[in-house]
Write a protein that binds this ligand. Structure first.
Ligand code: FMN
Length: 333
């Protein structure tokens, strides 16, 4: 057991009387206010130099922070200090929005899993653009994840994404098109062939655009989507988002299994790896893949790289295992 697991995690998991979202806000606040000498010392301890290049971008190491952890980019300088080789902020939407009612974030501790139905709570694309402009480069590549505003009808989705894209692409090393969150009604239908073709057509420009996909798509549906990605200039695929399935949960977590939302963490490991492997073989390695889902240890990361991922991202693993996982995963490549 690491020091994080034995001493830090128990404290964080008790913040706010065990309310997971309060613990998240508390931790983000702490990370946002780290003095720069502390960040420099952390960086010296945690930074891993394992350079890798993908879609024309050079990464100091292949392990990134997954979307959703720092939606509004409030703690941006802290992530490279914790050893991350890139950071994906967002998902943001063209309109600021509050997200779903609380509670909407649940830890399933025995399963090392999380269920969330946040619903793209975020301060909006313009606020993020202002923050990124003021902050300047953070020393590692920055991805910006875009989603559809809840109030915007699906028929107008392209224009909504385009609004965010115009505001944010100047600050992004890549744009992630999130069409796979289960928490915005209808969003996942944008993974259909025609919808994704329209979206990729509209967002074509100099900034690499990656498509983030759900782990619950059938293989034929993924194959169709990949064809469009290849023909419409997508720079890569991010696989995967959270799942609607509830397999692999420990008995103690069964009462939580009925919470609506997307499941992440250890129960997603195999599923995400299979999708990464399918994408890699189906495209003959022509589309770079960011593998994400259930990376809880170095071996999980190694298996995602073996399955065809060029880069990986962490969310739930970082919550349960702490910063030492970032370095361990980076060295697994
Ligand atoms: C609380 C929470 C919020 C998330 N928000 C987003 C989001 O805004 N955009 C997105 O693309 N993915 C989001 N995700 C999904 C993660 O980026 C990741 O794809 C998923 O959790 C699987 O990785 P993991 O098993 O390492 O957590 C969120 C995940 C969690 C747990």
């Amino acid at each position: 057991m690491t020091l994080f697991e034995s001493a830090v995690r128990p404290v964080l998991f008790r913040v706010g009387g065990g309310d997971a979202e309060k613990a998240h806000e508390f931790t983000l606040g702490r990370l946002a206010s780290l003095p720069s000498p502390v960040r420099a010392a952390m960086r010296a301890r945690y930074a891993t130099n394992r350079p890798v290049e993908a879609f024309g971008v050079r990464f100091p190491n292949p392990v990134g922070l997954a979307a959703g952890m720092d939606k509004n980019g409030v703690a941006l300088p802290a992530w490279p200090a914790l050893g991350f080789g890139f950071v994906e902020v967002g998902t943001v939407t063209a309109q600021a929005q509050p997200g779903n009612d609380r509670p909407r974030l649940f830890r399933l501790r025995d399963s090392e899993a999380i269920i969330n139905r946040m619903g793209f709570n975020n301060a909006g694309a313009a606020a993020l653009a202002d923050r990124l402009k003021a902050l300047g480069p953070i020393g590692v590549p920055l991805g910006v994840s875009l989603g559809k505003s809840k109030v915007t009808p699906l028929a107008d989705a392209v224009e909504d994404y385009l609004t965010s894209y115009r505001l944010l692409h100047p600050y992004a090393d890549y744009i992630a098109v999130n069409v796979s969150s289960p928490n915005t009604p209808g969003l996942r239908t944008l993974q259909d062939k025609d919808s994704i073709a329209d979206l990729l057509g509209a967002l074509r420009g100099e900034t690499p655009v990656l498509v983030k996909i759900a782990p619950d798509l059938s293989e034929p549906a993924i194959a169709e989507l990949l064809e469009v990605c290849l023909s419409h200039g997508a720079a890569g695929v991010i696989a995967t988002n959270t799942t609607l399935a509830r397999d692999g949960l420990a008995a103690a977590d069964q009462p939580r299994a009925t919470e609506a939302g997307g499941l992440s963490g250890a129960p997603l490991t195999e599923k995400a790896r299979k999708v990464v492997h399918f994408v890699h073989t189906e495209t003959d390695g022509r589309l770079p893949i960011i593998g994400v889902g259930g990376v809880m240890c170095a071996d999980d990361a190694a298996r995602l790289f073996d399955a065809g991922a060029t880069l990986v991202q962490l969310y739930s693993g970082f919550i349960y295992k702490g910063p030492s996982l970032v370095r361990a995963a980076a060295r697994a490549r």
